[in-house]
Design a protein around this ligand. Structure first.
Ligand SMILES: [Zn+2]
Ligand SMILES: [Zn+2]
Length: 250
């Protein structure tokens, strides 16, 4: 038994799984792996229709009939990013939003298992996303991690890897600055705030070289955080980066 698996078992004891659905309080069947009942899972707005090939933005119906596999949204046509492709499981609204907030702010660590399993099912159907060597979670700053007790992206990535039977995620990145919460900032301010705030750990640089990375985070808002991570990984010599997140801000 590795030290990491002991720590994970301890975390499960400290943050036990609920036996009722977080949203509607309905009793869940025994051995249920989700924090949500079937009804609440069904209510999640999935993002699996016509999408921008790069960022995964849903394409409006008016344009969808002209959109092929290579269709890029206006923003992706105009903007360079260091990552090749991004996909989200669902829309950051309603029950899914509440579940992510539960994971981040209410110590509902069990939500990460549901998210990890859903992301695994999603990428199993996507050859490009499945083509990775290392799963890397987006880092949070050490002080935030100490306050929260865990990095929610690492927990999601852990269950993603477990479901895929892949190697456990590797925390290759670190936040050097405690950036303010980004959610109220515009795109330019987010970019400035993140400039050099995320780097590859010095002793992990050799690990990155020539590797295909799958970056994992909880929320995609403007893509600025994923791009800052991708930039650091590219500068350390990685070969390719794709990203997945649980939810996309609308
Ligand atoms: Zn429910
Ligand atoms: Zn796009």
């Amino acid at each position: 038994m590795t030290i990491k698996s002991v720590i994970i078992q301890c975390l499960d004891l400290i943050f036990p799984r609920r036996l009722t659905c977080y949203f509607c309080e309905e009793e869940l069947p025994p051995h249920n792996t989700s924090a949500l009942c079937e009804h609440c899972v069904d209510e999640i707005v999935r993002l699996d229709g016509h999408q921008c090939m790069k960022c995964g933005r849903t394409i409006e119906i008016a344009y969808a009939q002209h959109a092929d596999y290579y269709f890029k949204c206006k923003e992706c046509q105009e903007k360079f990013t260091f990552f090749s492709k991004h996909r989200s499981f669902g829309e950051y609204s309603g029950h899914l939003k509440m579940a992510i907030m539960g994971l981040k702010y209410k110590k509902q660590i069990y939500q990460a298992q549901f998210f990890g399993e859903q992301l695994a099912m999603m990428i199993e159907k996507d050859e490009a996303l499945l083509d990775f060597d290392i799963i890397v979670p987006v880092p949070i700053h050490l002080t935030r991690r100490m306050m929260r007790g865990y990095n929610q992206a690492e927990r999601i990535a852990f269950y993603l890897a477990k479901t895929l039977n892949a190697n456990p995620p590797e925390e290759l990145l670190v936040r050097t600055r405690h950036t303010k919460k980004l959610k109220n900032l515009n795109k330019a301010s987010r970019k400035a705030m993140l400039e050099n705030a995320i780097i590859v750990k010095r002793y992990k640089k050799n690990r990155v070289k020539g590797q295909k990375i799958l970056l994992v985070d909880d929320i995609y808002t403007t893509g600025a955080t994923l791009d800052a991570c991708s930039k650091a990984l590219y500068e350390a010599g990685c070969d390719q980066i794709n990203c997945i997140t649980v939810a996309r801000g609308v």
